[in-house]
Structure formats: C-alpha cells, structure tokens
Design a protein around this ligand. Structure first.
Ligand SMILES: [Zn+2]
Length: 141
C-alpha cells in the first residue's frame, strides 16, 4: 500500500543564514506534502544554532495563487531534538508571518482543536525528510 503522504522539494529548497534575533548560524528547509496524490500542505523547518529547539510551520488548504488566503490555515510548532511530540508555538523569531502564502495563523485553542489536520503531516515530515533530520542535528542535544 502506498504511503498516505508524499513529500516534494527541489534541491534549492533550503537556505543557510543568520538568525534574525541572535545572529547564530541557522538553516531553513521547506517542501510540499501531497496526500493521496493531492496538494495537501506546505511546510518549513527553521533551526538556529542559537536556540535549543527548531520551529516547523505547517500550512494546509492548498498553495499557490489559485488557493485563496481564506482557505489556508497555518500552525507553528516547536520540534526536536529530543522531543517526540511537536508542541504549538508562536512564530519563528524575526520571521514575519506571510498570510498570503500561509493563510490564517491559528490561535493556540483552534490549532489544538485541529490537531488531526496537522499532526500527521508534521510527524511524516520529521520522519521522512532527511534534510529536516540534518538541520535538527545541528542543534545542541
Ligand atoms: Zn535567534
């Protein structure tokens, strides 16, 4: 049986930079998730060597200009290393929420309510995107 999800990203879908809040070396990777062959979500992982954990944003409800901003939903999560469950977080430090690209940033209460819509995606990305595992590996354990 094929996986429920599939990841898609290009070699260029990653960036090394300095953290906007602490100037530490930082890594961002991003990609797209398909569910049963349909566009499902876009994700981004941000790991800064100046922070003990990384952030993951998961936005669903489509992407690109055809998907309206009102249909998209986004959550920010704190992820690894040494964490088994992602926890809800506020935005990545120094990064402005791009509502056109990512849609509405959910309140913690609503995000918790919609956990089934993003938790499986976040888990799949963490388990299957080797780039995410590599950038999480740059953080102190
Ligand atoms: Zn920082």
């Amino acid at each position: 049986m094929p996986d429920r999800f599939e990841l898609e990203f290009d070699a260029g879908d990653q960036r090394e930079h300095t953290c906007a809040c602490c100037d530490a070396r930082s890594h961002t990777v991003w990609g797209f998730v398909y569910e049963h062959g349909e566009a499902a979500a876009v994700y981004l992982v941000y790991a800064s060597e100046g922070h003990p954990h990384a952030w993951m944003s998961v936005a669903w409800g489509g992407w690109g200009p055809r998907a309206g901003r009102e249909q998209k939903r986004c959550v920010y999560l704190e992820v690894g290393p040494g964490r088994t469950e992602p926890t809800l977080s506020s935005n990545i430090p120094g990064v402005r929420h791009d509502a056109d690209a990512l849609g509405i940033e959910l309140s913690p209460a609503l995000a918790e309510h919609l956990r089934p819509q993003w938790a499986a995606v976040a888990e799949y990305v963490r388990a299957r995107d080797l780039r995410v595992q590599r950038v999480l590996g740059t953080l102190a354990p």
